[in-house]
Design a protein around this ligand. Sequence first.
Ligand code: ZN
Length: 307
Amino acid sequence: MLSISQIVRRALVMQLAVPAFNVPYLPMIEPVIQAVIDQDSFALVEVARLEWRKFESQSLAAVATEFYRHNQPEYVRLHLDHVPVIDEDNLRVDFMPIFEEALGLGYESVMIDGSRLPLAENIQVTRQVVELAHEAGCPVEAELGAIMGHEAAPLLSYEELFTTGRGFTNVEEARLFVQETGCDWLSVAIGNIHGAIAAGRKDQKKIEARLNIERLDQLSRASQIPLVLHGGSGIQQAALMESTRHGIAKINVATEIRQPYETALKDTGSIPQAQQAVYDRTIWILQAFLGIAGKREKILSTGPVPL
Ligand SMILES: [Zn+2]
C-alpha cells in the first residue's frame, strides 16, 4: 500500500489534487468517506485544533475513533490539520504533546502552523515537529505566509489583499524554509483565504478568491515539494484547476461542507439529514468542482512515478 507521502507526490506529478475535508462535527466523517468511495476518488479527512476546541469534533481521539470505524485506506487517510504555535486568539500553544498524541492515534500526516511567527522561529518549531514525525514515518505539512480568515477581527478588503500581495508567501523564504526544515508539504498564501469561523461571521457566504498563479509557479520551483492550498472553498474554479498544474497537490476544503451541515441541522434538527447534505456537497466537490471523480486509479497506481 502506498504511503500518504507517495500518494501526494503522485498527485503532484499527475496534476491532480488530493482534497482534504475538514470535519468540525464528528457525524460529517461517515458521509465524506462514503462520497469519496462512491466517486472512486482519493481524499484526506482532516481536523484542525480549532475544530475540536471551537466546534464539535471533540478531540483528536474522538475523530480518530470515528474515522477508523469507516476507514478504507485505498480511498481515505487521516490528517492532522493546523496545530498553530500561536493560535487564532493570539495565545501560545503547547504543540508537541498534540503531535505525540496524534502519532499514537494513527494520524498519517500532520501540520504544524508556525506562520504567525517570525521566519527563524517558524523554521525552528517546524524542524522540531519534522524530527518527531519523521521518526514515526509521518510526513509534515508546514505553512509560510499569512492565510487570512481565522482571525476574529475583520479582514482588510479582499481586493486590497490581492492587489498588494500582503502576506503572500515569499519565494526566497520558501526555498530557505524547505531546506532548513525538511518539511514534506508546504501551505502557501497566494490569494487564498480561510472561511470565517468567528461567531456572527461564520455563516456568511465566502468571498470568491483568486490566485496568483505566477507566484505559485515560482514557489513550486523554489521549494521542489508538493504545495498545499488552504481555503479551497470559494476559490474560482478555473484558478483552482490551474493551481494543480503549478504545484498544488493538496486542497483543503472546510466551509464548503461545514455550512451545508449546519444549515441542514438547523432547518431539520436531524443529523441524518445533515449528513445527507454533507454527502451531496462532497459529491459535487469531487465531480464538478475538483473534477477528480473516477481518478483514484491514476493517483494510486503503483507504476513508476515519472519524475
Ligand atoms: Zn488552513
